[in-house]
Design a protein around this ligand. Sequence first.
Ligand SMILES: NC(=O)c1ccc[n+]([C@@H]2O[C@H](COP(=O)([O-])OP(=O)(O)OC[C@H]3O[C@@H](n4cnc5c(N)ncnc54)[C@H](OP(=O)(O)O)[C@@H]3O)[C@@H](O)[C@H]2O)c1
Length: 332
Amino acid sequence: MTLTIPLRILDGMQTVAEPGGPSLTLGWIGAGRMGTAMAARALKAGHELTVFNRTRSKTGPLVARGAKLAETVGQLADRDVVFVTVASSDDLLTVLVGDGGLLTGSEVPRIIVDCSTVSMNASAEARAAADERFVGFLAAPVSGNPKVARAGRLSMVVSGPRPTFEEAESALRHVAKEVTYVGEGEVSRLVKLCHNLFLGVMIQSLAEVTVLAQKGGVRRTDFLAFLNSSVLGSAFTRYKSPAIVNLDFEPTFTSRLLWKDFDLGLHEARRLESPMPVAALVHELLGQSIGCGFGDVDFAALVEMIAKGAGLELEPEARSTLGGGCGSGAGS
Ligand SMILES: NC(=O)c1ccc[n+]([C@@H]2O[C@H](COP(=O)([O-])OP(=O)(O)OC[C@H]3O[C@@H](n4cnc5c(N)ncnc54)[C@H](OP(=O)(O)O)[C@@H]3O)[C@@H](O)[C@H]2O)c1
């Protein structure tokens, strides 16, 4: 393991060496919506961190907080722990075993922690490649969204060798509030896919009843205020209510990414012969929403498509903070 000088936070932004700070040096691949928010937590905790992103300009906010910039993935090989937050299964394999990938050089990091939502097959392939290079590999998908991550309230589910988990645990806990170790291999991937299947079914159901109430003459604001104060209200319904009321679909998690997770989740359901009739239907509806032009906006935009099906043209209601806050685990 690389010997490191721990860090201290200056003005909540820049970092300088100080004894007693976190000792693990971190690398980060993928400075998208989630990666930027999560890596900022690690910097805030005082970790020395180097970031790589394919589109270099996106690393600006992290560099402004004290991260060093890597020009290539290979430049992260001297890190103790490298986190990965890329979009898809193919992206994970590209950054690890593709041309110039992290596991292809002469030097390799000690541990890789992948927080992307990817298939169990891709995860197993990445683990096998890491094992070959004697690199510890943790599958560590997260529940939340960029806002939840920024607030330090992510939930993380982890699988892989327990000794590797214990070695990286302090860094994981600087990135996520709740960290649950669920066992060996890729089981955390299945847990995360189950979570997102439930998420999609919930948003679809919330959209349907909200549109029904509105078609019957009830404002979305009023319907959701009632629902959120009932036993059915949750951190999730409260968190999504402002988007549905104001029709603000600035993406926290896109319909396209959720559709990808339904693909992966239903694949596992078929493999394990566990029927998912409701999720299968929502999968198709998510595909339809992408076809209707909602692929790259927030998945709450499903409400627009359901409304169209009901012959309703939605208008934003008075700007609402109904439900507000980021809640815990409210998101993908
Ligand atoms: N957003 C959420 O609410 C949420 C919540 C929980 C989990 N997740 C999961 O977290 C992961 C990231 O989500 P996100 O919302 O942060 O997505 P995103 O904003 O699209 O970020 C993905 C990042 O990965 C980088 N990337 C993709 N392919 C790459 C490659 N081949 N080489 C190098 N870099 C590559 C992208 O680089 P470029 O900038 O060059 O495109 C981008 O910075 C996904 O697996 C998602 O399912 C998301």
